[in-house]
Design a protein around this ligand. Structure first.
Ligand code: FUB
Length: 450
C-alpha cells in the first residue's frame, strides 16, 4: 500500500470512528453534481466524476449508483462518458436523467470540439445503461454557458429542459425527448425571481449562478440552483407555471465552510414519503473544489410548501428500510468504505477491487430476522487471506471469518462459504479484509443463509 493510501485510510478510519460519518455517501471516487431519479421503487443517483488530484473541473465520465434504503449505495459503474459522444472534447459536467415511454434520457453538457459548451442527450433502455448518443450532435447550443441541464415532464406531458450559467434558459422538448419546438427562451434574472447578488458582484443581474433543478410538487413549480456567486450557496424560487415568472423564496443551504467546495449543486427527491436533498462538498481526504463528493440529508417541507434551511451533516440520513442479507447483495453496495475501489467487467458487472490489508466495507441496517448461520461470498483470488465479519462496529462482535483461497486468479470467480455465529435482528455489518499481498483478491457479492 502506498504511503498516501495508508494516510487516507487512517484519516478515514478516524472520521468513521469519531463521527460515524455517512457523508459523503460515495467514498470510492470523487463524485459531483448529484442528479437523483426515482424509478420503480429505486433511487438512481447520477453523478459527475472529478478525476483524482484535479486542479480544474477535469471530468471525463458520469456515474450511476442505486439504493432502495438511502444509506447503502450500489455502484453501477460509468454508463456514460465523453467517449459516448463523437463530438465531445472535454468537460463531462452536470446532467440529469429522466424516464419516458420505457426509455431513459440523460441530458449532459460537454465542450464540443469546435463550438464550446453544448448539451447532448443520451438514451438507453435501462436506467443503468449502456447509454448511446441519441442524435449524434448537440441537442442545444445557444452560447458558451450551455451547462447544467435539468429536465422535467409536466402532468400534461409537456417536457421542459432548463440550463445555463450565467444565463438561465429553457426549451420545450418534444415528446420524443431528443428534439424541441419553438425558440430557446431566456429567463429574466431579476431581483424578484432570483434575489440580488451579494458577493462576487460582476455584471450578473441576480444571485442565480448555475445548477438549476426543476420539479413540481402540489401544483407548485420549484427551481433550485446554486447562487452567490462563488463560493456558492443553494437557493430556490417557485412559480405557478413551468415557464415562470419565478419568485425568489430563500437560501436552502448556506455556503459550506470547512470541508465544502466552492461550488455546490442541488438534487431533490421525495422517496417513500420522505424528502431528500443531495448536494456536494469537498470533505473526503484529498477533497476540495475540484475533488468533490456527493452528500445527502433529509428535510421536511413546511405546511405551505416552503423549504426550511438545511444544514449539511456528517451523519446523513436514516434508512428508509432494512437490507435483506438472505438475498444476493453486491459487494459494491456500500454505506461506507475505506481503501477499496470498484471496477466493471463484462462477466460479472461492478465488483470491489484494490483491496489491501485492513480495508473495510460497512453495510448499514442489515436485518438478520431470526438468525443467520452461514456466509457466502463470490471471490476471485490469487492468494490466501480472510474476510472478517463484525457486527455494529469495526471492533464489534466478530461474527465469522471467511477464509479466502486461491481461486485461480483475479478473474476466476468462486463461491466461498463459512460458518457465522448465529445472529438475529438488525445490525450494521463490517467486512474487514485481511490480506498479505496487495490487490490479491476481488469481491463480487455476498449473502447469508439461515
Ligand atoms: O461539475 C462541473 C461544474 O461545477 C458544474 O457544471 C457546475 O454546476 C458546478 O458544480
Amino acid at each position: 500500500m502506498d504511503k498516501r493510501k495508508i494516510c487516507l485510510s487512517m484519516i478515514g478510519l478516524f472520521i468513521q470512528l469519531v463521527t460515524k460519518a455517512q457523508n459523503p455517501i460515495i467514498q470510492t471516487i470523487y463524485t459531483a453534481d448529484p442528479a437523483p431519479m426515482v424509478y420503480n421503487d429505486t433511487v438512481y443517483l447520477y453523478t459527475g466524476h472529478d478525476e483524482d488530484k484535479s486542479t480544474w473541473f477535469t471530468m471525463k465520465d458520469w456515474r450511476c449508483y442505486t439504493s432502495t434504503d438511502m444509506v447503502n449505495w450500489t455502484d453501477r459503474g460509468s454508463p456514460l462518458s465523453l467517449k459516448t459522444f463523437s463530438w465531445a472534447k472535454k468537460d463531462a459536467w452536470a446532467g440529469q436523467c429522466i424516464p419516458r415511454n420505457g426509455k431513459f434520457y440523460w441530458y449532459v453538457p460537454m465542450n464540443h470540439e469546435t463550438m464550446g459548451m453544448s448539451i447532448g442527450v443520451a438514451v438507453s433502455d435501462s436506467p443503468t445503461g449502456p447509454f448511446k448518443d441519441a442524435i449524434g450532435r448537440p441537442l442545444v447550443h445557444s452560447g458558451n454557458g450551455d451547462i447544467d441541464p435539468t429536465v422535467f415532464i409536466d402532468e400534461d406531458g409537456q417536457a421542459y429542459l432548463y440550463w445555463g450559467n450565467p444565463y438561465l434558459k429553457y426549451v420545450k422538448l418534444n415528446e420524443d425527448m431528443v428534439s424541441y419546438s419553438g425558440e430557446v427562451v431566456t429567463v429574466p434574472l431579476n431581483k424578484e425571481g432570483f434575489n440580488v447578488r451579494y458577493k462576487d458582484v460582476d455584471k450578473r443581474p441576480s444571485a442565480y449562478e448555475e445548477g438549476p433543478w426543476i420539479y413540481k410538487r402540489n401544483n407548485l413549480y420549484y427551481m433550485h440552483y446554486a447562487a452567490g456567486g462563488v463560493p456558492e450557496h443553494l437557493a430556490y424560487s417557485t412559480s405557478r407555471s413551468a415557464t415562470g415568472p419565478w419568485v425568489y423564496r430563500d437560501t436552502i443551504m448556506r455556503v459550506i465552510g470547512k470541508g465544502g467546495a466552492f461550488t455546490n449543486h442541488p438534487g431533490v427527491i421525495d422517496y417513500k414519503g420522505r424528502s431528500f436533498f443531495f448536494y456536494h462538498n469537498g470533505a473526503l481526504p484529498g477533497g476540495g473544489g475540484f475533488t468533490r463528493s456527493v452528500c445527502l440529508d433529509e428535510f421536511q417541507y413546511n405546511e405551505d410548501g416552503s423549504i426550511p434551511r438545511i444544514s449539511p451533516t456528517k451523519e446523513g440520513v436514516k434508512p428508509v428500510k432494512n437490507l435483506d442479507p438472505f438475498i444476493r447483495q453486491e459487494a459494491a453496495t456500500i454505506a461506507w468504505e475505506e481503501g477499496v475501489e470498484t471496477e466493471r467487467s463484462t462477466e460479472v458487472g461492478v465488483y470491489v477491487t484494490e483491496i489491501s490489508n485492513g480495508d473495510f466495507i460497512k453495510v448499514r441496517s442489515v436485518d438478520f430476522k431470526k438468525g443467520a448461520k452461514k456466509f457466502e461470498a463470490s471471490i476471485a483470488s490469487a492468494s490466501n487471506g480472510t474476510i472478517e465479519i463484525y457486527a455494529d462496529k469495526l471492533d464489534g462482535e466478530l461474527l465469522g471469518v471467511c477464509n479466502l483461497k486461491d481461486t485461480g486468479g483475479l478473474e476466476k470467480w468462486a463461491t466461498l462459504s463459512s460458518k457465522v455465529k448465529k445472529i438475529g435482528g438488525v445490525h450494521d455489518l463490517y467486512f474487514v479484509f485481511k490480506v498479505k499481498d496487495e490487490r490479491s483478491f476481488n469481491f463480487n457479492w455476498w449473502k447469508f443463509r439461515k
